[in-house]
Design a protein around this ligand. Structure first.
Ligand SMILES: *[C@@H]1O[C@H](CO)[C@@H](O)[C@H](O)[C@H]1NC(C)=O
Ligand SMILES: *[C@@H]1O[C@H](CO)[C@@H](O)[C@H](O)[C@H]1NC(C)=O
Ligand SMILES: *[C@@H]1O[C@H](CO)[C@@H](O)[C@H](O)[C@H]1NC(C)=O
Length: 333
């Protein structure tokens, strides 16, 4: 049923035009940070043992595009945790309750910077179908209601995680004038967005930057505006025809993406990541019609999740489906 609704919304989305706007002004150092953030985001799908011991293979973590990041600055994982979140009361009328998701979140340290990394659900098929329908009120750190609406599933997950995450950061020494980069892929990108907004309000003295990959839309226009004013240093990467950033749909909903999108405007699959990456487009306008919003998604691909998630799983020359297999300790299935 939900698949059919999603298909209908995709049909509504057809008909926009393809244009290419200005080259991205990201510096090479910013692209290096983006690549390293993608590696940390994809690594969140590996086992907790692999994350904690950082058994990242040479081809990924010692590639020249890392700038030596993982071998210098005493890079290490301070703590990796898996939180189980059970949505006992489905926000979607008519659907069974007890939607289950588990979210890995870890803190890494490199030099004077802290990194907070969120994994999406390890079951993308489930959340892509079950989330995205209703929204609920974002709650300020002081516990009062904000005027902003955010997607109910993301909001529920963040509300359940936030106390753990705050104490995880404190344990890792992210205090005082903490310089914090928050990063995640997919659902992890959505949680990163909520976390950054919350932590920025909670700790005005912190320097917070955000790098997300294939994030869905998180909240309404009021949320996006408030977020854009609060967490200015945000880059939201979208890989070519990745379908997840098109969810939840704009049409008939209030959902609007946060800034600033960087769109990879051609199929770079199978090409090793290089700096600056070819075909990267800078998109300073929210929902820029010449960026990923211009993409015509094959609406029927949702019936085949491998096709639907093809570009979602292939950011920056790394294939999520095989990403963790070269890590140590080896995955035992
Ligand atoms: C998170 O992991 C650390 C060790 O890595 C552990 O001490 C802590 O209890 C965990 N916290 C939760 C909430 O699981
Ligand atoms: C997700 O992780 C949980 C707990 O780690 C596991 O029980 C479940 O089988 C995993 N699901 C998928 C689809 O990998
Ligand atoms: C993208 O490019 C790769 C590598 O050239 C190719 O194998 C793949 O079929 C292309 N995918 C799509 C959907 O265009």
């Amino acid at each position: 049923m939900l698949k059919i609704i999603i298909c209908l919304f995709f049909i509504m989305q057809l008909g926009s035009h393809f244009k290419v706007s200005a080259q991205t002004p990201l510096t090479n150092a910013q692209w290096t940070l983006a690549y390293n953030s993608l590696v940390m985001s994809y690594a969140s799908y590996c086992s907790l043992d692999q994350i904690n011991s950082w058994g990242c293979p040479t081809g990924i973590c010692q590639s020249s595009v890392t700038g030596g990041f993982f071998n210098t600055g005493n890079f290490h994982v301070a703590s990796a945790n898996l939180s189980e979140v059970i949505i006992e009361e489905s926000p979607i009328p008519g659907l069974p309750d007890s939607i289950f998701t588990d979210v890995v979140h870890y803190v890494a340290i490199q030099g004077s910077q802290h990194f907070l990394v969120f994994r999406g659900s390890n079951n993308t098929e489930n959340w892509a179908e079950d989330f995205f329908v209703t929204h609920s009120t974002y709650i300020y750190p002081d516990g009062t209601d904000s005027p902003y609406k955010v997607e109910s599933g993301f909001n529920f997950v963040w509300n359940n995680l936030k106390d753990d995450v705050v104490s995880q950061l404190t344990r890792a020494g992210c205090i005082g004038n903490c310089d914090l980069v928050i990063t995640g892929h997919s659902l992890g990108g959505a949680i990163s967005t909520l976390a950054a907004f919350y932590l920025s309000q909670l700790n005005p003295g912190w320097t917070i930057s955000v790098r997300t990959f294939g994030s869905p839309r998180v909240g309404d226009a009021a949320f996006a505006t408030a977020y854009n004013n609060e967490v200015i240093n945000t880059f939201r990467f979208v890989n070519y025809q990745d379908s997840i950033p098109h969810l939840p749909f704009e049409w008939g909903t209030d959902y609007i993406h946060v800034n600033t999108e960087i769109w990879i405007s051609t199929n770079q699959t199978g090409t090793p990541f290089s700096i600056p990456p070819p075909a990267a487009v800078y998109c300073p306008t929210t929902e820029d019609p010449s960026c990923s919003d211009s993409v015509h998604i094959n609406i029927w691909s949702i019936l085949n999740m491998n096709e639907f998630l093809y570009f979602h799983r292939r950011y920056f020359g790394n294939d999520l489906e095989t990403f963790c297999t070269g890590w140590t300790p080896a995955i035992t299935i």
